[in-house]
Design a protein around this ligand. Structure first.
Ligand SMILES: NC(=O)c1ccc[n+]([C@@H]2O[C@H](COP(=O)([O-])OP(=O)(O)OC[C@H]3O[C@@H](n4cnc5c(N)ncnc54)[C@H](O)[C@@H]3O)[C@@H](O)[C@H]2O)c1
Ligand SMILES: *[C@@H]1O[C@H](CO)[C@@H](O)[C@H](O)[C@H]1NC(C)=O
Ligand SMILES: *[C@@H]1O[C@H](CO)[C@@H](O)[C@H](O)[C@H]1NC(C)=O
Ligand SMILES: *[C@@H]1O[C@H](CO)[C@@H](O)[C@H](O)[C@H]1NC(C)=O
Length: 264
């Protein structure tokens, strides 16, 4: 993650819009953009993040923090998006903003389609009006549903099995259609699984509001004493008591070494 030198393209006054830039992955990406010499404009509605993450990015970026600005905006507020694009010419957009709780998406599908799909349509419309045609979209491995075998490769069938994954596939399809209608668009769709890790400074990491839906932030919150205990699930694994305890041992080891390294 150490991109410390200025990239050749960055000197021409290039500005990148990062949606969801206060979030876990977005905040790390913004820091690397700044260190690489880009200007970065972050928009985030702070639903699952805090402005503190943006301030930490600024602190870690040192002098480069002059090139960072933040707007508390919801992607579904098209007027607000329009104002941001009217004031700045963006070279490209990296689009991380979205809700990502799979279980919640099953309970509240309309909220997920509204936030993830309508929000993205607004963004694409405003980009198009302002002639900004470069996009990196944070899709998800959830577009594969439950892959039949492993490893899952890029050409596996796209059969998401929950509303969250479906919102990602709908947005991917919209992107492919936009490209077909106008090949000047350059779009990258990233489909990742659950990333783990944090900035080596210990000042940036995964710090969700409420109860984490992913194991790693949960283990971390128990490790620092914010939560009392972790429930170990499962009853038919090939372990002493049938729970997924082995995976957990591995996770705890990772967290242990990680904190040891931070303290050193
Ligand atoms: N972390 C993972 O395991 C994982 C895996 C695959 C894909 N993704 C995708 O990557 C992206 C970033 O994930 P993350 O782990 O950093 O999540 P995150 O929740 O930390 O970051 C998402 C950010 O988007 C913001 N946001 C949500 N809806 C918004 C809206 N309507 N307008 C403006 N801001 C909004 C949230 O406040 C948050 O800061 C998401 O789109 C997620 O679906 C994440
Ligand atoms: C700020 O961004 C501009 C435009 O990309 C770049 O030329 C300049 O070097 C950056 N400044 C810092 C301190 O990174
Ligand atoms: C974030 O979105 C959730 C829906 O996932 C909603 O219930 C909650 O009120 C929002 N929280 C904030 C802080 O905006
Ligand atoms: C908030 O982030 C956490 C961890 O990054 C995740 O587990 C949770 O699903 C997110 N919530 C929403 C509503 O996206």
């Amino acid at each position: 993650m150490a991109v410390e030198k200025t990239l050749p393209g960055a000197s021409a006054g290039r500005t990148v819009l990062v949606t969801g830039g206060a979030g876990y992955i977005g905040s790390h990406a913004v820091l690397q953009l700044l260190l690489a010499g880009f200007r970065a404009v972050v928009i985030d509605n702070l639903n699952n993040s805090s402005e503190l993450a943006v301030r930490r990015v600024a602190a870690l970026a040192g002098d480069h923090s002059r090139n960072l600005s933040f707007h508390k905006i919801d992607l579904r507020d098209k007027g607000a998006l329009e104002m941001v694009f009217a004031s700045t010419r963006f070279e490209a957009v990296i689009h991380f903003a979205g809700l990502k709780a799979v279980g919640e998406s099953v309970q509240k599908p309309l909220l997920y389609y509204d936030n993830n799909v309508i929000g993205t349509i607004n963004l694409l419309e405003v980009m198009s009006v302002h002639g900004c045609k470069k996009l990196v979209f944070s899709s998800s491995a959830a577009v594969y549903g439950s892959p039949k075998n492993s490893p899952c490769t890029e050409n596996f069938p796209l059969t998401p099995n929950n509303p969250y994954g479906k919102t990602k596939l709908v947005v991917e399809d919209i992107c492919r259609d936009i490209y077909r209608s106008d090949p000047e668009w350059k779009i990258i769709l990233l489909r990742y699984f659950n990333p783990v890790g944090a900035h080596p400074s210990g000042y940036l990491g995964e710090d969700p509001r409420g109860i984490p839906n992913n194991l790693m932030p949960y283990v971390q919150q128990v490790a620092v004493g914010r939560r009392p205990a972790l429930t170990v699930l499962g009853n038919d694994y090939a372990t002493r008591d049938g729970t997924g305890v082995i995976l957990l041992h591995m996770m705890c080891l990772i967290v242990f070494f990680w904190y040891t390294i931070q303290i050193d």
